[in-house]
Design a protein around this ligand. Sequence first.
Ligand code: HMG
Ligand code: MG
Length: 298
Amino acid sequence: VLPSRVSIVEVGPRDGLQNEPGKIALADKLTLIHQLADAGLTRIEAGAFVNPKWVPQMADSEAVFTGINRRPGVRYSALTPNLKGFERARACGADEVAIFAAASEAFSQKNLNCSIEQSLEKFAEVARAAREHQIPLRGYISCVLGCPYSGRVEPELCRDVAQALLEMGCYEISLGDTIGTGTVASTHALLDNLLADIKADKLAVHMHDTYGQALANIYQSLQMGIATIDTSVAGLGGCPYARGASGNVATEDVLYLLNGLNIAHGVELDKVARAGAAICKTLNKTNPSRAAVALLNQ
Ligand code: HMG
Ligand code: MG
């Protein structure tokens, strides 16, 4: 059975913008975040407190967080790979922080410069600090359906990492198909494995649309009881450590899917579409969201 309500986690301002090559003005980032909140999105990933040498586009995350005109009821979250990142996030009032492991050793090395086990040690420190300061902690796992460096990924390893992150205190694990190679069959196999031990309400899916399979994989996930979906306005994104990975699934396309299924989500599709059109204009890129383009051309 499908869930009657889905929670959308909008990752465009972080996962989307982190991958843009050109400099993006602070004002443009803030405008986007404000438009997304105005559209009814209540979980917005607004920045990343990572090493700015590695991801320059997120270097101004302090200014982003302090510049947000906060809307009541909206949670503005940030990636925090280590204690230094956590302290930066806390200092500027991030409502939620996220740690991000991988289901692939090779990807962990490229993305975090350490093994999965070493990353979990760093994350445990962040988790302790988050608990101490009562800041909600989310966990990501990248490459759950394939790795750009090592190819196939074992669902068992993904399950072990998910368990470790939950034990640390993550309230939810977001399963990232970072390079978008997943299919309905591999999504089914992964979730089947995870759901043997982990409740569906502890899991979210984070699909990329590289091979055009994101909506199909999300529909498969919904059918298996997953009710939290990460999306990115105008399909912004990719991953700086996954060459060729195209954007996250577009928020607009997922909202259209949910509307057709009569699943509640609390977000206004037309407003998200306008926000997406605006950021595409700012970035001078074509809008990859089919739903947004169709709606805006009506
Ligand atoms: P490191 O370079 O391996 O080593 O960083 P380090 O810990 O020895 O630090 C080196 C330098 O970085 C030092 O500065 C530190 O102070 C500084 P220096 O002495 O050279 O001047 N540093 C920091 N500066 C600011 N904020 C920090 C911080 N930490 C260290 N938090 C580290 C290790 C993990 C920090 C680095 O590898 C890193 O930042 N990685 C993040 C990469 C990243 O952001 N990737 C993209 C996000 S993941 C993703 O997109 C996937 C996801 O969307 C899911 C999906 O799509 O599947 C989540
Ligand atoms: Mg992503």
